[in-house]
Design a protein around this ligand. Structure first.
Ligand SMILES: CC(C)(CO)[C@@H](O)C(=O)NCCC(=O)O
Ligand code: NA
Length: 599
């Protein structure tokens, strides 16, 4: 560290940063020594399925709100104005659909890994392909997450880059390995609060130094940074209402609907109601997080008036400029630079800890356990801990790979979500909404989805064109493929998800669609049945695969044989009813057993 930094960071700052690390480790240690002492995989990976909704909801926000968002969003607003803020519109459907479609289905199946669903609905190979795709996504993403704060800090303050990466990775690995999911969730709660506090501090000080709210407003208004709703339908336009508000819904679904890191949190909730409620509670907090990042970008603009400070920093990165702005603002206010660094690292730690734990879970549940059904619980837990630790170390290696990429970090992260998360979302949608889809279709769909995703994604990197077109270039005639490569990255999730569904359905129909009675009960959401509620009952049954199965069982109440009509996919209409006929009368029982009455 050179001498100028010693002015920037006082003892108080180092203490605050130290407290963050110590508190995170302390929470890890507490959960290693309390409760069941992390001796079962149920506790280590599922937090004993006993979490209440408040910690779960704060933890849900923390998973995908990393230093990438803290630095990347202000950099985006500073450069391009507030258009990105409209992604907040996508949070509505992006959280309502997970709460009312994905959570009920996944929670009621009592899964441990989201990808178990794929085996129940399709087959084992689909589950394994889904799991491998998820691992690929999270491993690349966590590299970006651990690298970003270290890189930005290094560019501005001269903190040793690889030392910072190593420290973050190791601290996180340690508390994740000893404390399990409980520690991950409770550190998330603490870290989310630190994250909000740090951003708020920068904004308050920044507004004050720029001369008050009205002055900030005047400058960003005159500087043309307040964007009107852009309704341009062109899919190559990087940020418009359609790319953000509609494409963003698919991005949100891939993160909040089917990503293991989030699904694991829903499954760790005490009850389904807690899981749904926590998903609802994400909405205001995520809006707050978005607003804080956007306002920080505006304050930065008001302060610098759009000047290009990158030459001063010796780096062309807008991301590093955000840190330099923050340090400018907070200089001479003991404690605040430390709080902001703590905020940055809180965001990063809470994301990579979720990644480590979810990766350990899927590797254990989807790849290892099925092959060793006789494994003892003690050994399985030990192995899970070893996995969490190995992914921690792998994360360090991935940080090095990110180092070689070099793009706006926000764009890199959102591209990964779209390119790899989009096809996984497609796989789940195929299973949940289309009862005819079969296993061959799912595999072909996933393969095609990933192939197209990488074709467009890599094409855009090579031709440097993903939605980077400016208005001046509109008239330029391009080759159709180049235009294809310039698809806005905000459409990646929707586009890749649709490819999987389309190819999946075509192949399913060619190879013989799934019959209603072969679909595992509880794995399909009768979407068509809900949409076509005006149709007569028997047509609806055909369309959404709710033909009752006739099962003959011996009832305990009446020891003779009764016929049981089970509506396999109609479980959605909770509470679930079982109809059974006895002689000429039909009886209906509420499965929960609270009410039983004769029809
Ligand atoms: C995931 C969203 C889009 C939700 O607003 C946002 O948190 C975001 O832009 N995240 C970027 C990725 C990251 O922060 O690691
Ligand atoms: Na985070």
């Amino acid at each position: 560290m050179d001498p100028s930094d010693q002015k920037l960071f006082t003892v108080v700052d180092f203490v605050i940063f130290g407290v963050l690390l110590a508190a995170s480790l302390g929470i890890g240690l507490y959960h290693a020594l309390s409760g069941g002492r992390q001796r079962t995989t149920q506790e280590f990976l599922m937090a004993d399925r006993s979490m209440k909704c408040l910690p779960v909801s704060l933890s849900l926000i923390a998973s995908f709100q990393s230093a990438v968002a803290i630095i990347g969003v202000p950099a985006e607003i500073y450069t391009h104005g507030t258009q990105y803020w409209f992604i907040g519109c996508a949070y509505i459907l992006g959280l309502l659909i997970p709460a009312h479609v994905f959570i009920p289905i996944l929670y009621r199946l009592r899964l441990s890994s989201a990808y178990q669903y794929l085996e129940l609905r399709f087959s084992k190979p689909v589950r394994i392909c889904g799991t491998l795709t998820f691992i690929f996504q999270m491993v690349i993403y966590m590299g970006v997450c651990v690298y970003t704060p270290a890189f930005a800090l290094n560019a501005v303050t001269g903190f040793e880059l690889w030392g910072t990466v190593l420290a973050t990775g190791l601290v996180c690995t340690l508390y994740t390995t000893i404390g399990g999911l409980k520690a991950v969730i409770w550190t998330d709660v603490f870290q989310t609060l630190v994250m909000f506090a740090g951003q708020l501090a920068v904004i308050v000080v920044g507004v004050q130094k720029t001369g008050g709210v009205s002055e900030v407003w005047r400058k960003v208004w005159e500087g043309n940074r307040i964007s009107a709703l852009d309704l341009n339908p062109d899919p190559t336009e990087r940020h418009t209402f359609w790319t953000l508000g509609v494409g963003g819904v698919f991005l949100m679904l891939s993160l909040y609907g089917v990503n293991q890191a989030q699904v694991q949190r829903y499954l760790s909730a005490r009850t389904e109601k807690d899981a749904v409620r926590s998903c609802y509670m994400v909405f205001p907090s995520l809006q707050l997080a978005l607003a804080l990042s956007c306002v920080m970008g505006l304050v930065m603009f008001a302060c610098y008036c759009g000047e290009d400070h990158s030459s001063k920093l010796g780096t062309a990165s807008r991301d590093a400029m955000v840190i330099s702005f923050v340090m400018d603002m907070l200089q001479g206010l003991p404690g605040l630079p430390g709080l902001f660094i703590a905020c940055l690292f809180s965001a990063a730690l809470s994301t990579i800890s979720s990644a480590f734990n979810s990766l350990a879970t899927v590797t254990m549940e989807d790849l290892i356990k099925p092959h060793f059904p006789a494994m003892t619980e003690a050994r399985a837990t030990l192995l899970s801990k070893a996995l969490a630790m190995s992914y921690g170390l792998l994360c360090l290696a991935m940080a090095y790979l990110t180092h070689l990429m070099g793009d706006s970090v926000l764009q890199v992260a959102l591209k990964i979500f779209g390119m790899v998360g989009g096809p996984i979302l497609g796989l789940f949608c195929l299973g949940i909404f289309f009862p005819w889809a079969n296993s061959t279709g799912a595999l072909a769909g996933l393969g095609a989805g990933l192939a197209v995703a990488f074709w467009v994604g890599i094409g855009s990197i090579v031709t440097r064109s993903s939605g980077t077109k400016s208005r001046a270039q509109h008239g330029v005639a391009c080759f159709p493929t180049v235009r294809f490569y310039s698809l806005s990255y905000m459409w990646y999730s929707a586009f890749n998800c649709s490819t999987v569904i389309l190819i999946g359905l075509i192949i399913s129909f060619l190879t013989g669609p799934m019959k209603a009675e072969d679909v595992t009960p509880g794995t399909v959401y009768p979407l068509l049945g809900k949409l076509l509620c005006f149709l007569p009952e028997r047509h609806k049954k055909k369309l959404c695969g709710v033909t009752p199965q006739v099962q003959t069982v011996r009832s305990r109440a009446a020891p003779r044989i009764v016929k049981l009509l089970v509506f396999p996919n109609n479980f959605w209409d909770s509470p679930t009813f079982l109809f059974f006929t006895r002689g000429t009368s039909t009886e209906c029982i509420l499965v929960s057993g609270v009410v039983a009455f004769a029809l």
